[in-house]
Design a protein around this ligand. Structure first.
Ligand SMILES: Cc1cc2nc3c(=O)[nH]c(=O)nc-3n(C[C@H](O)[C@H](O)[C@H](O)COP(=O)(O)OP(=O)(O)OC[C@H]3O[C@@H](n4cnc5c(N)ncnc54)[C@H](O)[C@@H]3O)c2cc1C
Length: 348
């Protein structure tokens, strides 16, 4: 029997396994394969490492290897309010990465835990003092049993759905990838309250243009197509994407929607609801919540200490909720944009 079974080997699961693997007999079960040529699953993502995530990596003394970085690097965001037609530019400090390679790199740092890849968890049972996890790999069903279970399995968490009833606000994130020889220099964000109370984005990555948006679950594809029509595509054929990808994304409306777990079953990263509701930046929260749980595992009351150690993250999300009100309320956003606070004037 394992001490800890972690479901999901994204930034949250990989970080936790790296931190606890030496002391606790740990296994990660993940549906993707680190080899990008054969994997059947890649996490849809903008792949921007925000300053908070850079800070988390710095705290772990980790430096992103060159092969994880993508082209070009981004220093500004072009913010477009499609309803008022106002466009402003702001300085930003992102690292542009290949998300699959970023996750694979974090998993490669896990030295003291077992990693089972290409394995999809289909069912979990609690049996008195342990959990039994069923997963399918190469068409065959296997099981693992563990004293502690951690759901690091993202927005559509099977652990959260099986054991916890707390609801969280969700959007459908849709991204389309276009071939684009000419790198567009900026990251763009699009706001249109008639289609979504979240936002859309566009960015260049390794000779491609990624156009994406987080949309209300109802009629998300129709809203996505409409948003695409309303944005400039600068010479690209908006009807000829190379491929389309979609997944749920959590966006906590209140910190009460965050579920940390209890009694031997815990949630970290986006599965718990640790993600910024204003920007949907989730990589720093994934790593920081993993650190909070790893520290709690060293105590004699994990549930109590995990809640305590993740208080700072909840406070951060609360502050992002206040920022969301300004960002996603049309007249407040318009006011901020026309005030030109913090904006950059472009030189042609
Ligand atoms: C379209 C989009 C764009 C985004 N862009 C950014 C961005 O640019 N920057 C940023 O910081 N954040 C971004 N986010 C948010 C960010 O991707 C997540 O918050 C972050 O990845 C959460 O990390 P995690 O480890 O908690 O979960 P995830 O990264 O979602 O990892 C979950 C892991 O669990 C595995 N898994 C799930 N279910 C199962 C199962 N049943 N069996 C086995 N394995 C399973 C998956 O393979 C995956 O590896 C974006 C999100 C979306 C949807």
């Amino acid at each position: 029997m394992r001490d800890v079974i972690i479901i999901g080997g994204g930034p949250a699961g990989a970080t936790l396994a790296r931190l606890i693997g030496k002391e606790l007999n740990t296994v990660i079960i993940d549906k993707k394969n680190r080899d990008e040529k054969i994997t059947t699953f890649k996490k849809p993502c903008g792949g921007l490492i925000a300053p908070d995530a850079q800070r988390s990596l710095a705290r772990f003394q980790l430096q992103i290897p060159n092969e994880v970085l993508a082209n070009p690097q981004i220093f500004a965001v072009k913010t477009m309010d499609l309803q008022t037609d106002i466009t402003m530019h702001y300085q930003r400090f992102y690292l542009n990465v290949n998300r699959h390679r970023f996750d694979s790199w974090l998993l490669s740092l896990v030295k003291d835990a077992d990693v089972i890849e290409d394995a999809r968890v289909t069912k979990i049972e609690r049996i008195t003092d342990r959990c039994k996890v069923y997963y399918v790999k190469d068409g065959v069903e296997y099981t693992e049993e563990g004293r502690l279970l951690v759901g690091a399995d993202g927005a559509d968490s099977i652990v959260r759905k099986t054991f916890f009833s707390k609801k969280i606000r969700q959007y459908m994130a849709i991204q389309q990838v276009f071939f684009a020889q000419q790198a567009k220099p900026m990251y763009a964000s699009y706001f249109d309250h008639t289609l979504t109370d979240s936002y859309g984005w566009g960015l260049s990555k390794d000779g491609h243009w990624i156009f994406g948006a987080a949309l209300p679950l109802r009629e998300s594809r129709i809203s996505f197509d409409e948003l695409k029509k309303r944005t400039e595509f600068e010479g690209l054929d908006r009807n000829a994407p190379l491929y389309t990808e979609a997944c749920l994304v959590n966006s906590p409306k209140s910190i009460h929607e965050i579920e940390c777990g209890n009694k031997g079953i815990y949630l970290i990263g986006e599965a718990a609801g640790f993600i910024s509701p204003s920007s949907l930046e989730g990589i720093s929260y994934a790593m920081d919540s993993a650190l909070a749980l790893a520290r709690a595992f060293k105590t004699n009351n994990v549930s109590k200490h995990y809640v305590k150690f993740s208080r700072r993250l909840k406070l951060k999300i609360f502050l992002k909720q206040i920022k969301s009100i300004v960002l996603y309320t049309p007249f407040l956003r318009k006011w901020v944009m026309i005030s030109k606070i913090d904006s950059i004037d472009l030189v042609e």
